[in-house]
Design a protein around this ligand. Structure first.
Ligand SMILES: [Zn+2]
Length: 499
């Protein structure tokens, strides 16, 4: 390339459950803009090896924590700004596009497909586009078509998130410098839909499956390889697993993609929760049984806000307060977002009597607000995520209330509210797998299969619009078609059958 390539940076990402009530607004994306975009990455440092290889044109990167569907107006606003910023750059050679891939927008089935199509309308068909994604994202043929290089994380939990973004950027640079043009793209839909809690790459079968990805990537003629688990809590036709391999040698690219797809399919029945699961009633019975270990942690997994739950489902709390033995134990319940309840706790003050029905403001599908009659034992202002927090003790059950949704993943999250999780009998957290600090504290643990926007019991959720047949919803009398679908380059049309 005679001149330093002009490469734009843009991104928009979140993970949205279409089974959660409520809407995600534009503010939730906290966009980095202009030069500020560099702060989001650890490899764009000034004078560093990546910065020096191109003329970088950062536009806007917005990321929201998981939640309910993105409001149509919010998406319009965010995408319009992103497109305006790209249009203002004039001609570019390439774009690095930072996506999650499971953003659901009101009235749309393939938000990332829409976004990249509109981006192409602005930047044209010529620039190379390299996209990086979460492995819980979805890759529609439209998204695969409009991008040239596309990849995703290879680890869950996502310890390689920044490495993946860096790989997407450096492979784009390599491609531009080699002047090899657009790589071939092999795309294979795998008719499997699994919850993240069954697909940790720390354990089998995902560990061995994902170990094959870098092996494929290292083959001559291959540029990159990726396996998407897909996102289980959106009811959209694009939600299923996908394998993609990109490269220049059609024989190797195609056979490698088919090899990965067959490997995935062959272990489909082996994915399981890595840890004990039970219904909430059974979990409560076991946690309160004679001689139960303490603290006994219970995951209220169906309403996990970091997976996309609304966070204010009261179903489990109703059951704790109605459970004779649980009511007598030292229990912590974290948490219920309810701004009105926070106002009330502040009004009655520390040590004051609290009488109010709380929660289920957003999601009352499974249970209505829960009546709390107790004492305010903690008030805390200005938390980065929760805004304000309060603890109401109903007898020996301490309920954490917040202004906004907040995950309780650290010991400090509890102790700064005067709570003592280590000295408690039962700690209930809206979470799937326990985060490391909670895991270390837990004497015992059950992932309770509670209802909510991110119910781990997928079949119970009642998807209607995903492709069928789909494992594990349907039986497969014969194996699915796992042959390569070749996705045309972005400057050629996408055949009807694929779109
Ligand atoms: Zn993920």
């Amino acid at each position: 390339m005679p001149h330093s390539p002009r490469i734009a940076i843009a991104g928009l990402g979140t993970e949205s459950s279409t089974f959660s009530l409520g809407r995600t607004d534009a503010e939730a994306f906290h966009p980095y803009r202009g030069e500020g975009v560099y702060d989001f990455y650890d490899f764009f440092e000034e004078g560093g090896p990546v910065r020096s290889r191109a003329e970088w044109l950062p536009t806007m990167v917005g990321k929201a924590i998981s939640g309910p569907r993105v409001a149509a107006e919010a998406y319009r606003e965010l995408s319009a700004e992103l497109l305006e910023r790209l249009a203002a750059l004039g001609p570019i050679d390439a774009l690095y596009l930072d996506l999650h891939g499971a953003m659901s927008v009101e009235g749309m089935d393939d938000a990332e497909g829409d976004l990249i199509t509109r981006i192409r309308a602005v930047i044209g068909r010529r620039p190379l586009v390299s996209a990086s994604m979460d492995l819980h994202g979805n890759v529609s043929p439209v998204l695969a078509h409009a991008s040239d290089l596309i990849t995703c994380y290879r680890m869950a939990p996502h310890e390689d998130a920044m490495l993946t973004k860096r790989r997407a950027v450096t492979k784009l640079l390599d491609r531009l410098e080699s002047q090899r043009g657009r790589p071939l793209k092999a795309w294979i839909p795998v008719p499997v839909l699994l919850p993240g809690e069954k697909t940790s790459t720390r354990v089998e079968p995902a560990r061995s499956l994902y170990a094959r990805v870098p092996e494929v990537e290292a083959r001559p003629g291959v540029v990159d390889a990726a396996i998407w688990i897909g996102y289980a809590w959106a009811d959209e036709p694009r939600c299923h697993a996908v394998v993609m391999v990109t490269g220049d040698d059609a024989g190797v690219v195609g056979s490698s993609a088919e090899e990965l797809a067959r490997a995935f399919w062959s272990v489909r029945d082996e994915f399981d929760f890595v840890g004990p699961t039970a219904s909430f009633e059974e979990a409560l019975d076991r946690a309160t049984a004679e001689g139960a270990a303490a603290p006994f942690f219970l995951s209220d997994s169906g309403d996990n806000p970091t997976a996309g739950g609304s966070g204010d489902t009261t179903w489990a709390l109703h059951r704790i307060l109605a459970h004779e033995r649980a009511r007598e134990r030292r229990v912590i319940y974290a948490s219920i977002p309810d701004p009105g309840a926070i106002e009330e706790a502040c009004r009655v003050g520390l040590g004051g009597r609290f009488h109010r029905a709380v929660g289920a403001l957003v999601d009352d599908t499974h249970a209505g607000p829960v009546q709390l009659d107790g004492i305010v034992t903690a008030l805390r202002e200005g938390d980065r995520l929760a805004g304000d927090e309060a603890v109401v003790a109903v007898g020996s059950v301490s309920v954490v209330l917040t202004r906004h949704r907040k995950p309780y993943h650290l010991e400090r999250d509890f102790t700064q509210l005067g709570l003592d999780p280590r000295g408690s009998d039962i700690v209930v957290v809206k979470i799937g797998y326990l985060e490391p600090q909670l895991h270390d504290m837990a004497a015992d643990w059950i992932l309770a299969l509670t209802p909510g926007g991110v119910d781990q019991d997928l079949v119970r959720l009642g998807h209607r619009r995903i492709r069928r047949p789909m494992h594990p919803y349907d039986a497969f009398p014969t194996d699915p078609d796992l042959r390569v679908r070749w996705i045309p380059a972005a400057d050629l049309p996408l055949p009807e059958g694929l779109a």
